[in-house]
Design a protein around this ligand. Structure first.
Ligand code: NPW
Ligand code: ADP
Ligand code: K
Length: 512
């Protein structure tokens, strides 16, 4: 597990290191500058002609210290100060004095005709507090247009460290060398397009500096696969969970097929599919391992039938390709009612199950979102369009604040909200959030979400808690895409490839 920080958290951890652990701020700044310069060398950056633009805060202080180190190594360095030299942080003032003592000039504007091989941006870091305008905006535009590689100190200036939003104008880096922890804004879109390669350097601000208050956002890493269910020799299919998939409609059998295949690929012992009779032939041919219960598309199965198959299951996934017919809505309502009184079952709502809940909620149907009352916290897996219907926010609004939207929904609805995007957010109702770092744009392909719901359902059926299964499933799904894209390429990656990918990833991580 690694942690990702926003500006408030990073500033607090900086301050804790300085005030609680008595590490002088200037020492941290020196370590930051040394780490930055070492990384430039490690990355073989051309240091023939360096331009470094520094602001008046501590990010600028880092920049001034970096300029001095490069100058002392014998490189040609031009230092430009953006802002008011007098209105600066204490450490920034000290760094200015050191440069003056070494006789290093500090210019107030970018010299004409400069042709740098490297442009370093040290104007704003995590202290950026408002839109960049006027001379600062003009300076950033000119820096972007200059020749040479572009490197940002800590975060590209103009990017919100919290949301990744461009606050007015931003520096477009090829490389961001960041300190202590990765900043959320460099990972979230559109900030990720301004960060370039991100390298994290230790400067002595560690977990101790959290003083018991860890960052709210985490990202899973390969070592977190240690909780994946493993095969035991003394076992049978009943040992690996029973998953009920309520999926597929007359024109959407494929969603049920993909979900069921993904669940078996994830090691589920038994998968049963509840689907309209029309899908029988295709399901039996495509997933002969699945058990089927079918219904007449115009007639809801009798209550005892529904109750029997729900009682049978350890985990229930409802939604992939379900359609929005009356029968689908009636089955969904039965499941929502059943869930309120069955705390030993795990539930996942996806796709049309979410669209139906949204429709009912938005037309004022009481209890449309009864998942709020589930004792065993339910998982929901909306993509941005489904989230827009559920929240009545536009996709644009949601994208601007992906983390907060998912977290608010999780809290208000007491569900685990898996908001699917380039970096999927999994928000738990206790304020914990995961940002997924695996996956690739090849996964933006039909059926990819159906694979995810079958995968998470299978993990829940194998007795991972919903809190474990949702973020781990998202991470595994992304890695399945990453492993397959190496042979399929981005365009060629299909949802079916992801199923092969799941097997490959599990083969690697459950044998260790
Ligand atoms: N000792 C430490 O704590 C360590 C910190 N470290 C480094 O410090 C960075 C954080 O430093 P920071 O907190 O000083 O904030 P920073 O990013 O320099 O920006 C603040 C300055 O920008 C200004 N300003 C803001 N927005 C503006 C706008 N839109 N337009 C115009 N001005 C604007 C603001 O002005 P003001 O609002 O006061 O008028 C203020 O002058 C961090 O990212 C890391 O690189 C490391 O060295 C490790 C040790
Ligand atoms: N650009 C991307 N990078 C990484 N993952 C992506 C990208 N685009 C989509 N995905 C992933 O692919 C899946 C798409 O799900 P969804 O839109 O529900 O597909 P479908 O409805 O076709 O099954 C999600 O898990 C999402 O996170
Ligand atoms: K910067």
């Amino acid at each position: 597990m690694k942690y990702l920080v926003d500006s408030r958290e990073m500033q607090k951890y900086d301050a804790n290191t300085i005030s609680h652990f008595k590490v002088p701020g200037l020492l941290l700044m020196e370590r930051a500058a040394i780490a930055f310069v070492e990384e430039l060398h490690r990355q073989n950056v051309d240091l023939t002609e360096v331009l470094i633009v520094c602001g008046s805060g501590n990010n600028g202080g880092d920049g001034l210290a970096i300029a001095r180190l490069l100058f002392l190594e014998g490189h040609a360095v031009t230092v430009v100060y953006a802002g008011n030299k007098e209105h600066c942080s204490e450490s920034n003032r000290v760094q200015q004095d050191i440069l003056n003592a070494y006789g290093i000039s500090i210019y107030m504007d970018i010299p004409e005709k400069i042709r740098p091989t490297l442009v370093i941006d040290a104007i704003f870091g995590v202290g950026l507090s408002r839109d960049v305008t006027g001379e600062y905006a003009d300076m950033l535009c000119r820096m972007n247009e200059l020749s040479g590689e572009k490197a940002a100190v800590d975060i590209a200036s103009g990017i919100s460290a919290d949301t990744g939003a461009i606050l007015g104008t931003a520096f477009r880096a090829d490389l961001t060398i960041t300190f202590a922890f990765e900043k959320l804004g460099s990972i979230l879109w559109p900030g990720n397009e301004y960060a370039g390669r991100i390298i994290v350097c230790d400067i002595g601000i560690t977990k101790e500096s959290w003083l018991g208050e860890p960052p709210a956002v985490m990202a899973l890493e390969e070592k977190d696969f240690s909780i994946l269910p493993k095969r035991k020799s003394h076992s049978n299919k009943g040992s690996y969970g029973k998953l009920l998939l309520i999926a597929g409609s007359v024109n959407m059998a494929g969603a049920a097929v993909l979900s069921a295949k993904a669940a078996y690929a994830t090691g589920c012992g038994l998968v049963r599919v509840l689907t309209p009779e029309e899908n029988r032939a295709i399901l039996q041919c495509s997933v002969p391992e699945a058990v089927l219960t079918t219904y007449d598309k115009t007639l809801v199965p009798e209550e005892p039938v529904l109750r029997e198959i729900l009682d049978w299951a350890d985990a229930i996934v409802i939604g992939p390709g379900l359609g929005k017919e009356k029968t689908s809505a009636q089955i969904l309502n039965f499941v929502l009612e059943y869930g309120t009184s069955h705390e030993n079952k795990a539930f996942l709502f996806d796709a049309d199950a979410l669209n139906l809940v949204a429709e009912q909620k938005n037309t004022g149907v009481q209890g449309a979102d009864r998942w709020k009352n589930f004792k065993n916290t339910a998982v929901i897996t909306p993509h941005l369009g489904e989230m827009s219907r559920l929240t009545r926010k536009t996709v644009g609004e949601i994208q601007k604040n992906l983390l907060q939207t998912a977290a608010d929904f999780a809290d208000e609805n007491q569900v685990i909200c898996v908001l699917k995007d380039e970096h999927t957010v999994t928000a738990l109702p206790d304020h914990k959030r995961y940002l997924n770092l695996s996956g690739n744009p090849g996964m933006a392909t039909a059926g990819s979400g159906d694979v995810l719901s079958g995968l998470i359902g299978a993990l829940m059926a194998q007795k991972l808690t919903s809190y474990q299964a949702a973020p781990l499933g998202v991470y595994l799904h992304g890695l399945a895409g990453d492993i397959m894209v190496q042979t399929t390429g981005l365009q060629g990656l299909t949802a079916s490839d992801l199923i092969t990918g799941i097997k490959k990833v599990l083969n690697i991580y459950t044998q260790q």
